[in-house]
Design a protein around this ligand. Structure first.
Ligand SMILES: Cc1cc2nc3c(=O)[nH]c(=O)nc-3n(C[C@H](O)[C@H](O)[C@H](O)COP(=O)(O)OP(=O)(O)OC[C@H]3O[C@@H](n4cnc5c(N)ncnc54)[C@H](O)[C@@H]3O)c2cc1C
Length: 536
């Protein structure tokens, strides 16, 4: 049996490790390479923000793994667990629900990090992350939908204001690149929507410390801030996002920004699979990894990329960037081959060539080999360097063509509306907010997970309270069962978490589960009889 090297993760760390292992295999055939990734493509994250505006084709930032890795066995599966004792990786079932185990002789951990909004009320439910292709496509679709809705929303100025306000939290590289692209996109397409006055559009960048882009020199950060401000972005420094609801971004100061679009690029958290491993961890739960890139205390478990904490010879830590992950990949491949065939090992010593961030509209900031560059030259460098780094000539050609066409053609406004039904979702509300109001259309059933609501109704003598409901109780069934509008207002009394089921899904359940339908009809009937009961 040939020794098997199993690489977990199809990002910069994993794919470049497999590429380097394939290269080292050359004409020999003395080991097997297996790569496990939950997607069948590699995402070139530095260009991901351009997907928002459609400056490049929607799938141009991804490359199919099978085209990149010709000699690697690819498993497009989710890794469920890693058994270090038995030296096996367990992946999710495919078409058949049986456990799938992949034994390894050497294991390379390149699982990156995950976005984790826990601890910030309402963010898991209402903030949009920005890390992978799905996030970028979802944001783009959402922006197009928000503009389309704002254009025809004549009778509710509050909702219109929410729809035309776009907030991004986090002023690091990804937050700045996202807000720049988002701002360019919504402002450039607004004239296509006759009902929108471009002056009503607000784009806000929220950043917790006193300057954006802490990764670069203060002069470049100031340049970026000026450019964004000139283009209409409100840069709010020393402003911490504390919570979110479906209609507001709630700041630590107590201020509430009405918005239906909140993107958060908060720092990432450790991957749960890495967290679960009984291996030494360092800062932020990253695996403590030696300069050889073997995880401390192991001989055949290696780590690269964002999930690894790698000390450089000068004592500093390798930052979590693509340029570091790709260099770590070639070192780890070399050292694994040395372990299998014999030979000297290498130590990871790469210090980084620089940092670059695009600001949209032919502008960027860059620090390259110690030189600070900003404006058009930095933008040109950004495009040239990243285009050459994109794996595969086919993709490079497509991107170069998209960039050229973008100079002459208006931005694309197609909304693919992928995955229109969301099923049961969670929603978060802050005290004082209305979940729905009397007269609204009945579109959902709600189940209270935590918190309290008050049901009120308008009458000749003003608003009167009909009931109070708490955890474990539901509301909203009356309008669904009776096919009517809401006949009461539901107001949140404390921080409220709900499960919400759309009308369409409720109808399918009610049609196929007679007992469930009857119990909701009974509840609606009882509440209609009792003046003190919920009539929502
Ligand atoms: C928007 C954005 C812009 C960026 N811009 C730059 C830039 O300009 N320059 C730069 O140097 N860096 C940039 N970065 C950072 C850079 O992308 C990361 O440092 C790099 O991707 C880290 O590589 P990685 O392999 O460790 O992790 P990732 O690239 O995140 O790869 C992790 C892989 O693991 C897979 N995976 C995760 N869980 C499982 C599971 N359970 N089962 C199977 N597979 C799984 C994922 O699908 C993914 O393929 C940017 C990041 C973002 C989000």
């Amino acid at each position: 049996m040939k020794p098997r090297i199993v690489v977990l993760g199809g990002g910069f760390g994993g794919v470049y490790t497999a590429l380097a292992l394939e290269k080292a295999l050359a004409s020999r055939d003395d080991y097997e390479i297996v790569l496990v990734s939950k997607e069948n493509y590699f995402v070139f994250q530095p260009m991901l923000p351009e997907v928002i505006s459609g400056t490049i084709g929607l799938t141009d930032v991804v490359s199919p793994l099978r085209r990149l890795l010709r000699r690697t066995e690819i498993h497009v599966r989710e890794v469920e667990s890693i058994d270090l004792q038995r030296q096996v990786v367990i992946t999710s079932p495919g078409f058949k629900p049986h456990a799938h185990e992949i034994p390894y002789d050497h294991l390379v951990l390149a699982l990156g990090t995950v976005t984790d909004f826990r601890g910030l009320p309402g963010l898991p439910e209402h903030a949009m992350p920005f890390k992978n292709l799905g996030d970028a496509l979802a944001l783009r679709s959402h922006l197009i939908r928000a503009l389309a809705e704002a254009a025809i929303e004549d009778d509710d100025p509050e909702l219109r204001r929410q729809l035309l306000t776009f907030a991004v939290a986090g002023g690091g590289f990804s937050g700045v690149e996202v807000v720049a692209e988002l701002n360019d996109f919504v402002r450039s397409v607004a004239p296509s929507y006759h009902g929108i006055d471009p002056r009503d559009i607000r784009v806000i960048l929220l950043h917790a410390t006193e300057r954006i882009l802490p990764e670069v020199a203060p002069s470049l950060a100031l340049f970026a801030q000026d450019i964004l401000t000139k283009r209409g972005v409100e840069v709010r420094l020393q402003t911490r996002l504390q919570a979110a609801t479906g209609t507001e971004a709630v700041l630590a100061s107590g201020e509430r920004i009405p918005t239906r679009t909140l993107v958060s690029t908060v720092p990432s958290s450790p991957h749960p699979l890495i967290d679960a491993l009984a291996l030494p961890k360092g800062r932020n739960g990253r695996l403590l990894t030696s300069g050889r890139l073997a995880v401390d205390g192991t001989q055949n478990v290696w780590a690269v990329g964002d999930c690894a904490q790698i000390a450089l010879p000068d004592g500093s830590l390798a930052p979590p960037t693509a340029q570091h992950a790709t260099r770590q990949a070639s070192v780890v491949a070399h050292n694994i081959v040395a372990a299998l065939r014999g030979g000297t090992t290498r130590t990871f010593e790469f210090k980084g060539l620089g940092k670059m961030g695009a600001l949209g509209h032919h502008s960027a900031v860059a620090e390259i080999l110690g030189a600070k560059v900003s404006g058009f030259l930095a933008w040109w460098l950004w495009r040239t360097i990243y285009l050459m780094k994109m794996p595969g000539w086919g993709r490079r050609l497509k991107i170069a063509t998209s960039w050229t066409l973008d100079l002459f053609l208006p931005p694309d406004l197609v909304n693919l509306s992928l995955g229109s039904s969301q099923g049961v979702t969670r929603e978060h509300f802050e005290p004082g907010q209305d979940v729905f109001r009397e007269g609204d259309l009945g579109d959902r059933l709600y189940i209270i997970l935590s918190g309290d609501v008050q049901i009120t109704r308008r009458g000749a003598e003003g608003e009167s309270t009909l009931a109070r409901l708490g955890a474990g109780q539901c509301f909203g069934e009356m309008a669904l069962v009776n096919m009517t509008r809401r006949n009461a207002t539901v107001r949140c009394l404390s921080s409220l978490d709900l499960l919400s089921l759309p009308k369409k899904e409720f109808a399918v359940l009610a049609a196929n589960l007679p007992d469930l339908r009857r119990s909701f009809e009974r509840l609606a009937g009882e509440r209609a009889q009792q003046p003190t009961a919920s009539r929502a």
